[in-house]
Ligand binder design. Sequence first.
Ligand SMILES: NC(=O)c1ccc[n+]([C@@H]2O[C@H](COP(=O)([O-])OP(=O)(O)OC[C@H]3O[C@@H](n4cnc5c(N)ncnc54)[C@H](OP(=O)(O)O)[C@@H]3O)[C@@H](O)[C@H]2O)c1
Length: 337
Amino acid sequence: VDAVNRQFRLAARPQGMVGAEHFDLVQEPLPEPAEGQVLVKTLYISLDPAMRGWMSEGRSYVPPVGIGEVMRAGTVGRVIESRSERLEVGDHVSSWLGVQEYAVADADGLLKVDTRLASLPTYLGALGMPGMTAYFGLLDIGKPEPGQTVVVSAGAGAVGSVVGQIAKLKGCRVVGIAGGSEKCSWIADELGFDAAIDYKTEDVAQELRKHCPEGIDVYFDNVGGEILDAALARLARHARVVICGAVSQYNNIDSMRGPSNYMSLLVNRARMEGFVVIDYMGRYAEALPEMAGWIAEGKLHAREDVVEGFEQFPDALVRLFKGENVGKLVLRLTDDN
Ligand SMILES: NC(=O)c1ccc[n+]([C@@H]2O[C@H](COP(=O)([O-])OP(=O)(O)OC[C@H]3O[C@@H](n4cnc5c(N)ncnc54)[C@H](OP(=O)(O)O)[C@@H]3O)[C@@H](O)[C@H]2O)c1
């Protein structure tokens, strides 16, 4: 066991694009578990667009990370010391232990994960928070019916790639919007989406007209901005617009761009509804066996994009906002003990 615990702490609140200058890399002595606690060695750290929001002051669904605090992040790791009956040395656990190499935590707050069912990083992706977001956001808020047309933006990302695949499993026509030809061919050729729109080189409004001749029944929005407006303009009657995120707007210096085509909701008797996945925590146990089953049967492809090395954290986070990740972006820490 290393003698020190490296951590990335929030150094400053970003105005505009997040970068390495907003974090301090610090070292602390290794923490020691008290009775009922375990010491966890972090193996993978989740990189999520929401982290940008947690760095800003202001009202949200969770309090912002304080200046000087360890950056909040989802993690999976291995128990290396245990003072609890609940967990043994060698057990793998997922939790929110933050951007640090080790952490002590109450054993009761940790979720034990089964590495025979899926690989560790999948517990941060399709079987983790993004997968639950896709499952409940699509099925509970979007309520797609077989034969309906589902459009998803950031369609090659952690959430979007799962949304599109679940929609296909439910018998829908699926159109994904993503940046670049590599992402578009992955979702269309390998994941089985019916069409992919490259918003970087194609006219989204025109392509939506072409691929959604009867309109969009469910639009699952991960990006906001212009793409949301293009989708609103193409809604079918009684459409559902699921507001999952607005990644195109998170690093804006000025205020967010809101939708201007919202009168389409009136014309089409449609609705637009936001949700936060943590509200579904009590129902994850419903979704997990079904999702794990789909993965085991090869019906759901869980893809992770792995960046190596703890010190890469700030640069890895920025990749999300440059669109450099395909599938779920995670940071892998060296596992030398
Ligand atoms: N409501 C909830 O509870 C909840 C939970 C989890 C996640 N979310 C939200 O879900 C969305 C997706 O999250 P994720 O973890 O799956 O991330 P992700 O999609 O794996 O990664 C972000 C992707 O966003 C796209 N993007 C970045 N900047 C963009 C821009 N300016 N315009 C259009 N697309 C842009 C990029 O793909 P391209 O190359 O295609 O541009 C990038 O790969 C985010 O908005 C996130 O905040 C919400």
